[in-house]
Ligand binder design. Structure first.
Ligand SMILES: C[S@@+](CC[C@H](N)C(=O)[O-])C[C@H]1O[C@@H](n2cnc3c(N)ncnc32)[C@H](O)[C@@H]1O
Length: 271
């Protein structure tokens, strides 16, 4: 078994994957809008979007806080930040950066911080939440979405089957969702890092995809090079073909319908 802390690489993204994510990332955007709703962004607020990707949700947040507020989006992947920077808005700034190190920001600089589908890629959540705590003002709000290890996405289960049916070891599928967290784990982390009013909910999100290729392209681009990366090209081809057959069981007149499960968690820095 590879060391799970080492399996996520930030070095394997490509401009093509980033462009594909921008094209297909509307799924994540819709999940993100459900994250922003309870955070109730108000005009004039200062917001930090960590792991912003190509910045679509940050642009939406900038619209919500209006010209008196502002949104900063950071992401370690340069190709994604390059696309995000094409978004033109005077109250929106993007930069490269990692969640584990927010030292460029002053204590109390933000009213709201959020992470949309980011934390299941990060091993050291405690450092991330401690940093988030520091940059929030007293009373500031935090929200995140994260995969829950007890509720894997349907597409993930199919992919595991596809690997096994290709005669390969599904244990090699380590990267995606490796740092998922349960409600209890999140509650403890928020508690240890000084947040209050923690609450979370596991939501079922049913997505429709036109084809297996589209679904695989979406998974691949959102995993920034960590999807089937431990497999050879020929193995990957076999897995994709097996997956395309298996996923047909989910075909409806509207397309391939599969459920994803995301935990939505919220808390507040004490006043
Ligand atoms: C599935 S994408 C979500 C992007 C964006 N939040 C959205 O809603 O479209 C996951 C993002 O997490 C980012 N990420 C991974 N590790 C990170 C880290 N250590 N710090 C900050 N972001 C990270 C990736 O670069 C990627 O853009």
């Amino acid at each position: 078994m590879p060391d799970p802390i080492a399996v996520i690489s930030l070095q394997q993204d490509t401009p093509e994957l980033a462009r594909a994510y921008e094209q297909l990332g509307v799924i994540q955007f819709n999940h993100g809008k459900l994250l922003l709703e309870p955070l109730a962004l108000r005009s004039g607020e200062r917001v930090l979007d960590v792991g912003t990707g190509t910045g679509r949700l940050a642009e939406f947040a900038a619209h919500l806080v209006g010209p008196k507020g502002h949104v900063v989006g950071i992401d370690p992947l340069e190709s994604r930040i390059a696309i995000a920077r094409l978004r033109q808005s005077t109250n929106l700034v993007f930069d490269t950066g990692r969640a584990e190190d927010l030292s460029r920001f002053a204590a109390g600089e933000f009213d709201v911080i959020y992470f949309n589908s980011v934390l299941h890629w990060i091993a050291d959540k405690r450092t991330v939440l401690a940093e988030a705590q520091r940059v929030l003002r007293p009373g500031g709000r935090i929200g995140l979405t994260i995969q829950d290890p007890t509720a894997p996405h349907q597409s993930r289960l199919l992919l595991r089957r596809a690997v096994a049916e290709s005669g390969l070891d599904a244990g090699r599928l380590t990267a995606h969702g490796v740092h998922a967290a349960t409600d209890d784990e999140l509650r403890a982390l928020f508690d240890q890092t000084g947040f209050v009013d923690y609450r979370s909910e596991l939501r079922t999100l049913v997505e429709t995809h036109g084809s297996a290729d589209e679904l695989l392209g979406w998974s691949e681009s959102s995993a920034f090079g960590n999807f089937l990366d431990g497999f050879s090209y020929a193995e990957g081809k076999r897995i994709r073909a097996a997956f395309a057959e298996l996923v047909e069981a989910h075909r409806t007149p509207e397309g391939l319908k599969l459920a994803r499960y995301l935990r939505y968690a919220f808390a507040r820095k004490p006043d």
